[in-house]
Design a protein around this ligand. Structure first.
Ligand code: HEC
Ligand code: HEC
Length: 380
């Protein structure tokens, strides 16, 4: 039985049929191992960069920086997005260059400005240097840690990341008309007016979709809303040629994009090479948006107020007539966005953690890197 299982996993690896092995003996152990991998510093430099250094739970898995900082303080070109609710996201990264979470996992590990490993084997060696970590991953697959390979590591990380869900903000209690939890009111009157504007006259929900019982506030489509256009306007021919040349040279797209801010500003075009996609980015989910500053793919907008102003301005531009909101209406809109925060993820922020959150009470420095099961998508 066991041998049969191993053989099947081995086969699916050998065939490369799926980046993530189809059979897992223990999904819970896999997520647990993935969480440890995520939290543990693991890089090709001085060993300080973990996934969590750019995707920190208390900021809804973002880093609070304009663009992310990887090994040896190197800067990338993009703002770290939240990792919540990605399980069903069809196209990943700001430009949608990946479709599967498990496929994506080695990208940050192998990017020269993130974890900086040269090859997948180097990642495996670094994991083996931390025997407890290697054991946790190996155990989830029922293999010896000497037999670990990069796909086990990717599968564990993606099991963890795919399990992160945030769907318990005030707005969820509002749309499902559930009674408020003690101390957690449903939307304030100002936020209710803001939601009406958001879904109505301000047209935000045309892209930041609000449908169904757990709205994601994104259509997962690509749109140009004007951010970063100054980087390519007037130099489009030269830059698009550079992208085409990088693609033809077989350079990993991920390296080109996170190393060159001008190419990064071309957005979806770098993936599709379709001129209609120049400057388009995936609509970000607005869940927890109050705690994920700065904003936009390049982190160029510092505050939520400024991001909302910019979006209102571009609504006007694309409609051909300005969208005018009174100061009160604008503050209603912002009140609504502030109520999209799910406190269960505010660990370590000094905010009260809810008793039903399995992230648990605010962790101390000592327990911070200890493995705790986060709130899962499905109840155990
Ligand atoms: C140096 C900072 C940094 C590190 C370290 C890092 N990331 Fe990221 N991550 C980013 C940035 C920036 C992006 C956006 C890149 C883009 O869209 O081009 C991103 C994007 C992602 C996405 C796609 C999210 C989406 O909305 O499509 C996932 C998933 C992800 N990272 C997971 C990880 C995992 C797992 C690790 C550890 C193996 C990791 N990241 C390490 C900065 C980092
Ligand atoms: C045409 C589609 C579209 C509409 C309509 C739209 N947005 Fe956006 N929004 C986007 C895209 C795409 C981005 C990311 C742009 C980028 O990074 O360059 C974005 C980014 C944002 C951000 C920053 C989020 C982050 O995590 O960086 C906020 C806040 C925001 N929008 C709010 C609004 C509000 C409020 C409205 C209504 C006034 C609105 N949007 C209307 C597509 C849209």
């Amino acid at each position: 039985m066991r041998a049969g299982w191993l053989w099947l996993v081995g086969l699916s690896f050998a065939l490369g049929a799926a980046a993530q092995p189809r059979i897992s003996p223990d999904v819970q152990a896999l997520r647990f191992a993935g969480e440890r991998l995520f939290m543990t510093p693991l890089d090709a430099g001085s060993g300080r960069v973990s996934c969590a250094s750019c995707h920190s739970a208390e900021r809804a898995f973002t880093d609070g920086k304009q663009v992310s900082e990887g090994i040896q303080g190197q800067l990338g070109t993009r703002n770290a997005p939240s990792l919540l609710n990605l399980r069903a996201t069809p196209d990943l990264f700001w430009d949608g260059r990946r479709q599967q979470l498990a496929e994506l996992m080695l990208d940050p590990l192998l990017n020269p400005v993130e974890h900086g490993f040269k090859t997948p084997e180097d990642v495996v060696v670094a994991v083996r240097h931390q025997p407890e970590l290697a054991d946790a991953v190996a155990k989830a697959f029922g293999v010896r840690s000497q037999r670990l390979d990069a796909r086990h590591i990717a599968a564990a990380l993606s099991a963890f990341v795919g399990s992160l869900e945030s769907s318990d903000a005030a707005v969820d209690r509002h749309v499902t008309s559930r009674p408020p939890i003690a101390g957690q009111p449903a939307l304030s009157p100002s936020a209710v007016r803001g939601m009406d504007l958001f879904t109505g006259r301000a047209q935000c929900a045309a892209c930041h979709t609000v449908t169904g019982p757990k709205p994601l506030f994104t259509d997962n489509q690509f749109h140009a809303v004007g951010t970063g256009t100054e980087r390519w306007q007037g130099r489009l021919a030269a830059l698009t040629q550079q992208v085409v040349a990088a693609r033809q040279a077989g350079q990993p797209l991920d390296h080109a994009i996170l190393n060159n801010a001008d190419l990064a500003a071309l957005g979806r075009f770098a993936v599709t090479l379709n001129p209609a996609d120049i400057g388009k980015f995936r609509t970000p989910s607005l869940r927890n948006v109050a705690i994920t500053a700065p904003y936009m793919h390049d982190g160029s907008v510092a505050t939520l107020e400024a991001a909302v102003d910019q979006e209102i301005y571009y609504r006007g531009q694309s409609n051909g007539r300005p969208l005018i909101l009174t100061p009160d209406e604008k503050s209603d809109l912002i009140a609504f966005l502030r109520e999209l925060t799910d406190d269960a993820f505010l660990v370590g922020s000094g905010m009260p953690a809810r008793a039903d959150s399995s992230f648990g009470a605010v962790p101390t420095a000592a327990t911070r890197n200890e493995v705790r099961p986060p709130r899962r998508t499905a109840p155990p």
